[in-house]
Design a protein around this ligand. Structure first.
Ligand code: SF4
Length: 321
């Protein structure tokens, strides 16, 4: 593997830990991560690269009002891009290449969080979503995100963090010396046949279920996110079997909350992804609504709605219904 290291990131402890972890990598020192990350590469080696950088812009940005379960919600950025390869993922057109970036100036990021948190209302829950720019749990074995940030969030009142993942790599969570009260682990689940077809390299459904049950047995707060629900051929049958399977393997009463959502793209994003992946069948199953969003048809959404409300009547149907 090639590791690019920004010169200004060399002396951070996390950089040294990553170098130690990947002893056999080739290291190339660079002036600015954007010199690599903002380029259209077709070179295969560069696709496998990891970039270590210092974040000089904000790590916190406001989430759209509809995004989570409270209005006071923020995205937290500590890395960019994902090792997994989900066909529908917005990262495919959000960034120019597939290199992964990890920002290692954790103390700066924590200081920014502290300043942000000071401004937030104390009488409501405020949420930080950490898994929207990459799969944080998969990266944890070299980013140390859990040991750095889960403990950090514990000091606050009414401040919560969600880590969303398709990885069953829960060892860093099991290695924590406490059970977090302010962090919830949200596993995205889909039927195994669709994981194999559309969510390449992600952990299997069974290994994610095993991870969920292990964390539940230790009293971690666990969410399940059924998303994105995909409008494939025979979707009713596939998802009916899936719901039954999940219900038979997980005690849904122990799950802190469930979320379900379908594919949703703005018209602009839809056109971008379609121009890149013309043969991606699920894109052709979406319809343009009056609000200029592409989403699944009302009939498909109604079917999903009924199924997932039946599985958990507290299931939050995300975005819109
Ligand atoms: S796991 Fe999430 S972030 Fe990674 S490719 Fe899939 S959808 Fe994108």
């Amino acid at each position: 593997m090639i590791i690019y290291i920004e010169k200004q990131a060399i002396n951070y402890p996390q950089t040294q830990k990553i170098i130690e972890k990947f002893k056999n990598s080739s290291i190339i020192y660079i002036d600015n991560y954007k010199n690599i990350f903002d380029k259209d590469y077709t070179n295969l080696d560069s696709k496998k690269a990891l970039i270590i950088a210092k974040l000089n812009s904000n790590s916190v940005s406001e989430a759209p009002a509809w995004y989570g379960h409270t209005k006071s919600a923020y995205f937290l950025k500590t890395s960019l891009n994902c090792v997994f390869d989900c066909d529908y993922c917005y990262l495919k057109w959000a960034f120019k290449n597939e290199n992964m970036v990890i920002f290692v100036n954790y103390e700066d990021i924590k200081n920014e969080l502290i300043e942000k948190i000071k401004t937030l209302p104390k009488d409501v829950e405020n949420w930080f979503y950490s898994g929207d720019y990459s799969d944080i749990i998969w990266m944890d074995s070299f980013s140390n995100f859990s040991s750095e940030f889960i403990q950090f969030f514990e000091q606050f009142y009414n401040i919560k963090m969600e880590i969303r993942t398709k990885s069953a790599n829960i060892k860093p969570l099991l290695d924590l010396w406490f059970i977090p009260k302010n962090t919830e682990i949200a596993f995205s689940l889909n039927p195994q046949s669709l994981i194999e077809k559309y969510e390449k390299w992600t952990s299997s459904l069974d290994s994610r279920i095993e991870a969920i049950n292990k964390l539940l047995s230790l009293w971690f707060k666990v969410w399940i996110r059924f998303l994105p629900l995909l409008p494939v051929k025979n979707y009713e049958e596939i998802y009916r079997d899936f719901v039954e399977y999940v219900n038979s393997k997980i005690n849904m009463c122990d799950i802190n909350s469930t979320f379900a959502s379908w594919l949703l793209y703005t018209k602009k994003d839809y056109n971008k992804i379609l121009s890149k992946y013309k043969d991606l069948d699920i894109l052709h199953m979406l319809e343009l609504d009056n609000d200029w969003f592409y989403r699944e048809s009302k009939k498909v959404r109604d079917t999903f709605y009924t199924m997932f409300k039946k599985l958990d009547n507290k299931c939050i149907l995300c975005l819109e219904y």
